[in-house]
Design a protein around this ligand. Structure first.
Ligand SMILES: [Zn+2]
Ligand SMILES: [Zn+2]
Length: 298
């Protein structure tokens, strides 16, 4: 089962004792809302196999092909409804968010309107292709509530699309460090048994794909002496794999250590102390921003 149920989510979130209670509750509410906002399967019609293969052969993510006009209209309608739900969740946590430096000093309807304007920008300027959104807008999701809401509202639609793509097509031929579905970067990876493959997970649509262990997904550097890893003594199962060429890092979990039950979006939140330690050494998170509206899946 690739996407969590809300019961399973609660159980996993309660295990995140390294997170302050208010942060845990905030993300539990966001993720709960996002799971409820998952569209029906088949909401986004898959492109024909020949088109997918040709797109991937050119190293392009599927979202770069664009969606048919009627699909775009459906996406915007659904994401608009999602925005209202998520603006309400942020409204519930306004004191905590302000303390965390996220600006939500506006009433819920204003936040929803501003978020809708961000969604319109995603549609009109970037054709709903997340990889075309300038990095500063994605990073804004960590500080500006309207970008956080817009991206968190769009994510469930992309998650469902990514799940359908992963079921229908073989991703083994995808050799890039960015997501084959939406083109965005991974925020977290896991090493899985038995072969010890490294599986990357897109921070936005939660699509997973295999990528070499000794290669930087952000710049492609594979010279061993320019790669390294860093971890905290009390949690050696999660390591920050850093690259001295592009100065970026990716957190990698040994999934065996969690009995294969790793939920990477939650592990990403739970290991914030590792982010601080690596960033203190001058490295940047490869996904551009350490705290983003990800999506929990197995
Ligand atoms: Zn993606
Ligand atoms: Zn690199």
């Amino acid at each position: 089962m690739p996407v969590l149920t809300n019961e399973a989510l609660k159980w996993h979130v309660n295990r995140l004792q390294s997170l302050p209670a208010d942060l845990r509750q905030f993300y539990a509410d966001i993720f709960t809302a996002q799971i409820e906002l998952l569209p029906e399967e088949g909401f986004l019609i898959l492109p024909p196999a020949a088109r997918v293969e040709s797109c991937w052969r050119q190293g392009r993510a599927l979202a770069s092909m664009g969606f048919p006009a009627e699909v775009k209209a459906n996406v915007v309608r659904a994401a608009r409804a999602n925005i209202c739900q998520l603006a309400m969740v942020l409204g519930k946590h306004v004191f905590f968010l302000q303390g965390a430096g996220i600006g939500v000093e506006m009433p819920e309807p204003v936040l929803a309107e501003k978020s809708y304007a961000c969604l319109q920008e995603l549609l009109e300027h970037y054709d709903l292709d997340p990889a075309r959104v300038p990095a500063h807008n994605l990073q804004d999701a960590g500080v500006k509530a309207e970008w956080f809401v817009a991206l968190a509202a769009l994510a469930p639609l992309y998650v469902q699309y990514g799940q359908a793509v992963s079921r229908r097509f073989n991703l083994d031929g995808w050799r890039n460090g960015y997501c084959p579905v939406c083109g965005l970067a991974p925020a977290m990876a896991k090493i899985v048994a038995p072969e010890g493959k490294r599986v990357l997970e897109c921070w936005f649509c939660a699509t997973q794909w295999v990528f070499p262990r000794l290669k930087c997904p952000f710049c492609g550097n594979d010279r061993p002496y320019e790669l390294g890893q860093w971890y905290l003594e009390d949690d050696p199962d999660v390591r920050a794999a850093y690259c001295k060429v592009c100065n970026r890092y990716l957190k990698v979990l040994d999934a065996e250590a969690r009995n294969g039950e790793a939920i990477l979006a939650l592990e990403n939140l739970a290991t914030w102390q590792l982010d601080l330690a690596v960033q203190g050494r001058g490295y940047l998170p490869g996904a551009g921003c350490a705290v983003l509206p990800g999506f929990p899946r197995y």
